[in-house]
Design a protein around this ligand. Structure first.
Ligand SMILES: Cc1ncc(COP(=O)(O)O)c(C=O)c1O
Length: 397
């Protein structure tokens, strides 16, 4: 039951709340995971290798290292590229906190640059202004699955000798100017967290055109040991050597089996996401109270999230009020994201204040992330559209 009365005091659009997300897990996933459970080998092993090979096909055949999360992947990629104490790493405030936290854990300092008002991804001009002698790397985020301006960011990075590690947690399957996301920066990190377009429950992957970098990530993901347990068992050798103070970040065969089953259905998942987005775009484009997200002309948007923007000059309700009213209509929505630089931790440790990144802050205050997932029925999509329309008209000014 909705907690609050619908905006017009009448019946809500839905009685039973539409969840913000629901994964598609069916027979193929259950069978694949069960097979591994019964196989006698459940941690990292042959299925993880198979998953890495299947992922490689989505990134022009580049080497891929599967890891236990994108958070780990970002940590390991930045570490492998030499980011450490005293360095600065430029990133966006419109992201999940993990993007910045990993920089802190490496002893480096996150420096937040502002975003482009249209794509809401890093604005290369703001990045250029943020570069100092300490800057070591740039971490763009392909927010919602919309690629950042990689051409300009890579040009800038090359000129200033900076590494580029792409946070592609939202962008598996995205294509930018004819080449897949994953084949642009020095390293790219994907997430297979429960809500992502492909899931392993928790998991991630790092890809790079550099085999040496991926070998290093693999080593760091396994305590800095030269051989993982599976390879030692298979070769019947007990000896191992540690050459770096590594981490523990391996993906298990159980998770990889789930991922492989999901990859088989990835094309169908993406088709359904695009259908839903097309319905939203058609319905909302003509509403003056809102602004629809930009589509990608040269490339393929991964459409992980649908970020509708409210126009405060046309609506007599703020973002929070709009979200509450949507909930009262039976629709769960979300916000991606609260600007990371305004989180209490970053205000306290790095002295960021409201107003320091005006484009990102204004955008965040207007974002309403609508449900978008392949398990949504036509009826679900119609309900979301009806609820947004109802609120746009009720609150219009
Ligand atoms: C933009 C972004 N970066 C990083 C992460 C971290 O991913 P993971 O949960 O796989 O560590 C997420 C997860 O939601 C994300 O959305």
């Amino acid at each position: 039951m909705a907690e609050r009365l619908a905006v017009d005091g009448g019946k809500p659009v839905r009685k039973k709340r539409l969840p913000f997300y629901h994964p598609v897990i069916g027979g193929p996933e259950v069978r694949a995971v069960t097979r591994v459970l019964r196989s006698g080998w459940i941690t990292s092993g042959p299925i993880t290798s198979k998953f890495e090979q299947a992922l490689a096909k989505h990134v022009s055949g580049q080497p891929v290292a599967a890891v236990n999360s994108a958070t780990s992947g970002l940590t390991l990629a930045l570490h492998a590229l030499g980011v450490g104490p005293g360095d600065e790493v430029i990133t966006t405030p419109l992201t999940f906190v993990a993007t910045a936290n990993v920089i802190v854990h490496l002893g480096a300092r996150p420096v937040f640059a502002d975003v482009d008002p249209d794509s809401l991804t890093l604005d290369p001009r703001s990045v250029a202004r943020a570069i100092t002698r300490k800057t070591r790397a740039i971490v763009p985020v392909h927010l919602a699955g919309h690629p950042a301006d990689m051409t300009a960011l890579l040009r800038l990075a090359r000129k200033k000798h900076l590494a580029v590690v792409e946070d592609a947690a939202h962008a598996f399957g995205a294509v930018y100017k004819g080449r897949p996301i994953g084949s642009w920066g020095d390293a790219t990190v994907f997430s297979f967290h429960a809500v992502k377009n492909v899931t392993t429950a928790e998991g991630g992957a790092v890809t790079s055109r550099s085999q040496a970098l991926i070998d290093r990530v693999r080593l760091l993901a396994n305590h800095g040991l030269d051989h993982d347990t599976w390879h030692r068992v298979r070769a019947q050798r007990w000896r191992y050597t540690m050459t770096a103070a590594g981490f523990k970040a391996n993906l298990t065969d159980l998770q990889a089996a789930l991922g492989l089953a999901q990859l088989d259905r990835f094309a169908a998942f993406q088709r359904r996401r695009r259908e839903i987005v097309a319905a939203y775009q058609r319905a909302f484009r003509s509403l003056p109270q809102v602004q629809v997200p930009p589509e990608l002309i040269k490339g393929l948007h991964a459409w992980h999230l649908y970020l509708l923007r409210l126009r405060p000059e046309r609506l007599g309700v703020g973002r929070d009020g709009f979200l509450e009213a949507l909930a009262a209509e039976g629709i769960s929505a979300n916000v991606h994201y609260v600007p990371v630089h305004l989180q209490p931790y970053y205000r306290r440790t790095l002295n960021y204040r409201s107003g320091s990144l005006p484009v990102a802050e204004a955008a965040s205050a207007s974002i309403v992330t609508l449900p978008l997932y392949p398990a949504m029925t036509q009826g679900d999509v119609r309900d979301v559209i009806a609820a947004v329309r109802k609120l746009a008209h009720s609150y219009q000014r």
